[in-house]
Ligand binder design. Structure first.
Ligand SMILES: [Mg+2]
Length: 187
C-alpha cells in the first residue's frame, strides 16, 4: 500500500470527497431528502477550509439513488447541495463542484461509484485534475474502489460501515478533522 505523500501536497493536487458519512451524518437505510436532515459531522467545515488552502481542486462525488427511486426530485437534491455549498463557502471551504449520480444500483451502465463516471465528469470540467495527484475520501468500499479505479490515493473514514478490504485504502482516519490534522492543520 503506498503512503500518502502529504509533504508533497500542493495546489497541483485534488481532493475528492464522498458526501454521506464523510461530510454529513449518514441516515442508515434512508436518504437525506431535505436540508433539515443534513447534519455536518464534527469539525467538517473547518477541516474542509484547511483542505481548500492546500488542494488546487476540491469536489464532492456522491451516489444519490434516492432520486432514481423517486424519494426526492433532482431539485430537492440541488437545494440540499446549494445550502451545503453556501455553508461551506461561509466557512472558507468553497467547492469546485458537486457530482451526484441519481441512478439506481441495478441500472446497467450506471454512473454510481465505483464506476469512474463522476471522476471523468469532474476532469472534463477541470482538465487540471490529475488522478495520480488526487486523494479520494470515502466511508464505503465503493468509494475506495472508485478511487482505485482512477489511480487515486484513498482514505477510508471509519465509523458506521463494515471495514473494507485493506487493499482498497492507503490510510484510515476517523473523520475529516483527523485527515486535516495529518495534513498539518492547526485548529
Ligand atoms: Mg458515504
Amino acid at each position: 500500500m503506498p503512503h500518502i505523500p502529504f509533504a508533497q501536497i500542493d495546489r497541483s493536487w485534488s481532493l475528492f470527497l464522498d458526501r454521506d458519512g464523510v461530510i454529513n451524518e449518514r441516515l442508515p437505510g434512508a436518504y437525506v431528502t431535505h436540508w433539515g436532515q443534513f447534519v455536518f459531522l464534527p469539525g467538517v467545515p473547518s477541516a474542509m477550509a484547511h483542505f481548500r488552502s492546500r488542494f488546487g481542486r476540491m469536489v464532492v462525488v456522491t451516489n444519490q439513488q434516492g432520486v432514481g427511486k423517486g424519494l426526492m426530485r433532482p431539485a430537492d437534491l440541488a437545494a440540499i447541495h446549494d445550502r451545503m455549498s453556501t455553508e461551506l463557502v461561509a466557512a472558507g471551504a468553497r467547492l469546485d463542484g458537486i457530482y451526484a449520480c441519481p441512478d439506481l444500483r441495478d441500472q446497467p451502465h450506471n454512473c454510481r461509484k465505483p464506476a469512474p463516471a463522476l471522476g471523468q465528469q469532474a476532469q472534463r470540467d477541470f482538465p487540471d485534475i490529475d488522478f495520480a495527484r488526487t486523494i479520494m475520501v470515502g466511508d464505503t468500499p465503493g468509494d475506495l474502489a472508485f478511487g482505485r479505479n482512477l489511480g487515486m490515493y484513498t482514505v477510508w473514514v471509519s465509523g458506521t460501515e463494515a471495514p473494507p478490504p485493506t487493499e482498497l485504502y492507503d490510510l484510515q482516519v476517523t473523520g475529516l478533522a483527523e485527515l486535516a490534522a495529518r495534513l498539518g492543520a492547526t485548529s
